[in-house]
Design a protein around this ligand. Structure first.
Ligand SMILES: *Cc1c(COP(=O)(O)O)cnc(C)c1O
Length: 384
């Protein structure tokens, strides 16, 4: 099996796993315990927090460990929106339809169940949330804007600093979902100037089931998991010590190896994009042609059932992904793809190919040799 789905998840780096293992059976203490075993675990969590803060250029007390990227998004949106409204009454939330569901569904819930007002920010044909679209939407009653750093389905990178500047000038809290971006982009919160930023470990060779939320000092947050006083009383629950240790080590390694990881995947990605568009008729790139994640290629093929194509690829030994969350019966195109303006006959045929540390030229060559005939096969079956 050739794995081309690193945007869905990544294998745990061996060095990360080696760091984690002692915290399962040797140093298994509860960081909240007073005894030495507890203190040892607490020291590991403290060290992890410092490591994460160093990569983010934030302070350790601005890092909240969570159970995943989705939880970080939930805590950021719900926690900050409610705290903001409690403090000064603002009711509007701004986000876009290209956001991960962890953000967009949370925003919809805030509208439905918590009486917030929700406005969807426009995106351009590349899926970029532009400064103009944010400028157009802000008003004096806006509580929070949330715009993702890089899109998981189409790879587009948003101008986070430019957006954050507008938010700041209008006294609006700004959150960015950097879960997909952190594997390749600089997550320096001083440069980005955001109030809140979400991260998830398994997108950058850390374990699944652990994430972090950066919360700039002074940003009010209502906890959504109440109980013990862990994580500055913002997120109750006994610390998942090995996973937190693994998360920090994985993030540390990304920062250290960012350039070589980028120069490893980028030429392979460019080869995929170039050859697919050249060799497959009725194919288009989705997302931004240049301003996109270096490991990310995504396409739509006209009159192709994306799910069928994935099955054909799987049978041929390639693990890829599609934007459309279509199940058998009633396929619905992905909202991210349709928000770029593609009609249904294009939007249903989406394919995402994402690379990582173990990708190599032989794999890509073999993929590029196989894909055109599988697209034609899927097209043939679509017509029947
Ligand atoms: C994967 C992903 C998430 C969700 O992260 P989990 O850790 O899987 O919950 C959120 N946002 C983006 C952009 C993602 O790619």
């Amino acid at each position: 099996m050739i794995y081309l789905d690193y945007a869905a998840t990544t294998p745990v780096d061996q060095r990360v796993l080696d760091r984690m293992l002692p915290y399962f059976r040797e140093n298994y203490g509860n960081p909240s315990s007073v005894h030495r075993l507890g203190q040892k675990a607490e020291a590991a969590v403290d060290e992890a927090r410092e490591k994460v803060a160093a990569v983010l250029h934030g302070k350790p007390e601005e890092i909240i460990f969570t159970s995943c990227g989705s939880e970080s998004d939930n805590l950021a949106l719900r926690g900050a929106a409610i705290a903001r409204r409690n403090a000064s009454g603002e009711k509007w939330i701004l986000t876009s339809k290209t956001e991960h569901h962890a953000v967009s569904k949370t925003a919809e819930q805030l509208e439905k169940e918590y009486d917030f007002l929700l406005e969807w920010l426009d995106v351009d044909e590349h899926g970029t949330t532009t400064p103009e679209s944010l400028n157009k939407a802000v008003c004096s009653d806006t509580a929070l804007a949330s715009v993702m750093y890089a899109n998981n389905e189409i790879g587009t990178i948003n101008p986070i600093y430019e957006l954050a500047v507008i938010a700041k000038a209008n006294n609006i809290l700004f959150h960015t979902d950097a879960v997909q971006a952190a594997a390749y982009l600089d997550v320096n919160v001083e440069k980005l100037d955001v109030n809140l930023m979400s991260l998830g470990g398994h997108k950058f060779y850390g374990p699944k089931g652990v994430g972090a939320l950066y919360v700039r000092k002074g940003t009010g947050l209502v906890p959504h998991l109440t109980g013990g006083g862990q994580e500055f009383s913002l997120r109750a629950g006994t610390h998942n010590v090995p996973y937190i240790v693994g998360f920090a080590e994985a993030l540390h390694l990304v920062a250290k190896e960012r350039e070589e990881r980028t120069s490893h995947v980028k030429p392979l990605r460019d080869q995929i994009i170039g050859r697919v568009l050249e060799e497959i008729s009725d194919s288009k790139l989705t997302g931004h042609p240049e301003n996109r994640l270096p490991n990310h290629a995504s396409f739509v093929f006209k009159d192709v059932d994306g799910n069928l194509l994935l099955q054909l690829l799987d049978s041929a030994g390639f693990a890829c992904s599609s934007g459309s969350a279509c199940k058998t019966g009633n396929p619905e195109p992905s909202e991210v793809i349709t928000s770029l303006g593609f009609t249904r006959d294009w939007a249903l045929g989406s394919l995402r190919v994402t690379l990582g540390v173990d990708s190599n030229p032989e794999q890509i060559e073999s993929f590029l040799k196989t894909l055109p005939e599988l697209v034609e096969k899927a097209r043939g079956l679509n017509k029947k």
